[in-house]
Design a protein around this ligand. Structure first.
Ligand SMILES: [Zn+2]
Length: 382
């Protein structure tokens, strides 16, 4: 059912719209994956009920019919879901053109619905950044297992053994023999580690990964790092306390935990960098008003926003100008449309500028700046 989230898919969805034919984009999130279907359905009904007027405002008769068709198709899709193992679901429909796509992810989306001339894909870009593709390699002196972790799913990719003799004490052999055997074992071990490094590099070229986690005893770590290809070594983010006899489930749990910790650290550093840059005069801004100004000036290079942030605002349906309160658009004089959550529209604006979107989960220093800020491509004129 749902497509796998990839950059290519998001880019193709971004090109989905065509002039005059509206695209309905729906984002849903459930807390309990076991009851996802019911939760998604209830949420969708609630969203369409609330947004009905907004969705068809200013639309022609045929556009309204297309939007109505979108709602029917999305409802049907949700009703036909059998088994759900996702917590976030995005649907894109353009019924007049017979286009429908859905994407599932492991984390709930902030529920919202947007009808526009193109698909609203900003939350997918944020999710792409959130879900790192992680290679996990668990190894010892003779064996190795390679796993791939993506969007909460762990998969075993490869298991291999190199024939390295065990390190048993061989009684009765002369000192010379022992030294020779030790050298032999050491060189076989070296070949094994080289093979592991080769397979990791192959995997990197074939599938790509953002991060690498290793499960290996501390005394072997230096040797392993030494043989890794430079590209692969750059992605080594740490070690998990796992061995070859551990189950996929156990290794998946350790991987998930470390990925969450790393992501939290990355986010903390990002927010500190943003606060520092904005404090030093930029080019960066913090706070809602300045961030909207920067979006209006097409200056945003990266939008940083608390993932569950909700703020009222206004936007101009004609030229896309964003604001907090103004009644008429300062650019074109059109009446501004109130938005229950201006953050959703701000994210779409950032995505259309080709800006990166980073979601920060939970409480952070970003809350001191209303939960939002941006790195800019160029300083804003005063
Ligand atoms: Zn305007």
């Amino acid at each position: 059912m749902e497509r796998l989230l990839t950059t290519r898919l998001v880019e193709s969805l971004g090109n989905l719209g065509s002039e005059g034919v509206p695209v309905t984009s729906v984002y849903l999130g459930c807390e309990n994956a076991a009851a996802a279907k019911q939760e998604f359905l209830a949420q969708f009904k609630d969203l369409t009920g609330k947004s009905n007027a907004m969705m068809s405002k200013g639309r022609s008769h045929s556009q309204k019919a297309s939007i109505k068709g979108d709602v029917e198709i999305c409802t049907q899709f949700l009703e036909n879901i059998r088994k759900v193992d996702v917590r976030g679901l995005a649907m894109f429909s353009c019924s007049e053109k017979g286009v429908f796509e859905s994407v599932g992810v492991a984390m709930p989306f902030r529920p919202h619905i947007i009808v526009a001339d193109s698909a609203a894909v900003a939350p997918l870009y944020a999710a792409l950044d959130e879900f790192k593709r992680i290679a996990v390699c668990v190894l010892d002196r003779r064996e190795a297992k390679l796993y791939e972790y993506f969007m909460g799913r762990m998969e075993e990719v490869k298991v291999f053994t190199d024939n390295v003799p065990g390190r048993v004490r061989m009684g009765g052999w002369s000192g010379y023999e022992q030294a020779r055997i030790a050298r032999h074992i050491a060189s076989r071990e070296f070949v094994h580690l080289k093979n592991v490094a080769e397979i990791l590099f192959e995997q990197f070229k074939l599938r790509g990964f953002d991060w690498l986690f290793l499960g290996v005893r501390s005394e072997l770590r230096e040797d392993v790092e030494h043989v890794l290809h430079a590209y692969v070594r750059d992605r080594l983010k740490g070690y998990i306390d796992a061995g070859l006899s551990d189950s996929v489930g156990q290794i998946g749990k350790l991987t998930r935990q470390m990925a969450q910790d790393l992501k939290a650290r990355e986010n903390r550093q990002l927010v500190e960098r943003l606060a520092g840059a904005a404090g030093a005069g930029g080019p960066a801004v913090t706070g809602l008003r300045k961030t909207l100004e920067a979006l209006n000036a097409a200056a945003v290079g990266m939008l940083v926003v608390r993932s569950d942030l909700v703020r009222n605002g206004v936007h101009c349906g004609k030229c896309g100008h964003l604001g907090i309160k103004s009644r008429t658009c300062p650019l074109c004089g059109e009446n501004m449309t109130p938005a229950a959550n201006i953050i959703e529209i701000a994210e779409e604006s950032a995505a259309s500028l080709g800006a990166e979107i980073r979601h920060v989960n939970g409480e952070s220093h970003l809350d001191d700046f209303e939960g939002v800020g941006a790195f800019l491509r160029f300083p804003l004129g005063k």
